[in-house]
Write a protein that binds this ligand. Structure first.
Ligand code: ATP
Length: 348
């Protein structure tokens, strides 16, 4: 059982705020993903939970006990980093066993624990190899097994897939998801990859410049982003965002006119996802020249420029047109997102 509470946790270095007022309870067995661009404070938040960084303010509680002043080794958390930090002169078996030795766990139990952990990450056949004789993906699995073998209360994972190539990343991601289901241990996972966040998380925390922007299930965040930052960070392609003006329920921007919006008069940012629009013969809300088109296999992505914004919609895979050809785009207005033009905050 491990519930983690972060109560108004902050980290400052001089006047620079790395993490501001982080306030969240992470449920026992929850898989929480911290997501955001480089430098937004994800790693710092995790390092404070691990005890590798002191919090400048606020309280960190694990199972109700305040751990701010507790040594990392006493917090019963296991970390997996982007760099695997394996011992090069130990083989896989010894690397996985190492945490058991350090923690003084009864040696009679080591063999069974190492074999169970290595089987979970499918390394049974590699126990005698040295790290140098393994692929990147296998090394990362050793690092995972070394975290699993301790049977910790909490897993902290910092971009564990970022050194793997695209294909291995997908298969190792699936393995982590499966493992987390099997182990049912509270996990905090840091990434800047929104697909990893969407596929792994029970809940996602999106951060920007040290400040939490939104906390929610992947579906909540995808369907109702709290602001334009979240909207443009989640989803592939990113949500289309067009700046314009509303007058009498009609939104107008360059090459664009959308009727029947339930929005007050004035400037707003209109958002819609690629799947909530389609290319039509004529009479769509956007009529503009094609900026680019990309063949995706199952469909064709057609993009136009509206002012500074690139707007992308999916067309049939057989759709063919030339750059600069005029295209008409129909937006499914009941799926539109409205944002404050100044603050970017969600309006609907
Ligand atoms: P990345 O994805 O690049 O790892 P991150 O979201 O994990 O980024 P952090 O490593 O948490 O970001 O850093 C948050 C901010 O705090 C960054 O602007 C970073 O430069 C700053 N920072 C981190 N450590 C220190 C330090 N020891 N002294 C001063 N500033 C620091």
């Amino acid at each position: 059982m491990a519930e983690i509470q972060l109560r108004n946790v902050g980290k400052r270095w001089g006047s620079f705020v790395g993490v501001d007022n982080f306030d969240l309870t992470i449920a026992d067995k929850e898989f929480l993903v911290l997501l955001g661009p480089s430098g937004c404070g994800k790693t710092t938040t995790m390092r404070m939970i691990a005890g590798l960084e002191d919090a400048s303010e606020g309280d960190i509680l694990i199972d109700g006990a305040r751990v701010n002043d507790m040594e990392p080794k006493d917090r019963d958390v296991a970390m997996v980093f982007q760099s695997y930090a394996l011992y090069p002169n130990m083989n896989v078996y010894e690397n996985i066993r190492f945490p058991l030795k350090v923690r003084g766990i009864d040696p009679a139990t080591h063999d069974e624990k190492v074999r169970r952990a290595s089987a979970m990450v499918e390394l049974d056949d590699f126990l005698h190899r040295k790290p140098a004789e393994l692929s990147g993906g296998q090394r990362q699995r050793v690092a995972l097994a070394r975290a699993i073998v301790r049977e910790p209360n909490v897993f902290l994972m910092d971009e564990p897939l970022s050194n793997l190539d695209a294909k291995l990343r997908v298969s190792t991601r699936a393995q982590i998801k499966n493992l987390s289901h099997e182990l049912a241990v509270t996990t905090i996972y840091v990434t800047h990859d929104q697909i990893e966040a969407m596929t792994l998380a029970d809940r996602v925390v999106i951060m920007k410049q040290g400040v939490v922007q939104q906390v929610g299930s992947p579906t909540d965040i995808y369907d109702e982003p709290a602001n334009t930052f979240v909207a443009s960070f989640i989803g592939n392609p990113a949500m289309n965002l067009v700046d314009g003006d509303v007058k009498g329920g009609v939104f107008r921007a360059r090459n664009t006119e959308v009727q029947g919006l339930n929005a007050p008069d004035g400037p707003i940012t209109l958002g819609f996802r690629a799947e909530d629009a389609n290319v039509v013969e004529s009479g769509g809300e956007i009529n503009a020249p094609i900026y680019t088109q990309e063949l995706l296999g199952d469909s064709t992505m057609v993009s136009v420029r509206i002012g500074g914004a690139l707007v992308s919609v999916k067309a049939d895979k057989t759709y063919r047109a030339e750059i600069d050809d005029q295209v008409s785009i129909h937006i499914h207005t009941d799926h539109c997102h409205l944002f404050d033009a100044q603050t970017g905050a969600r309006l609907n």
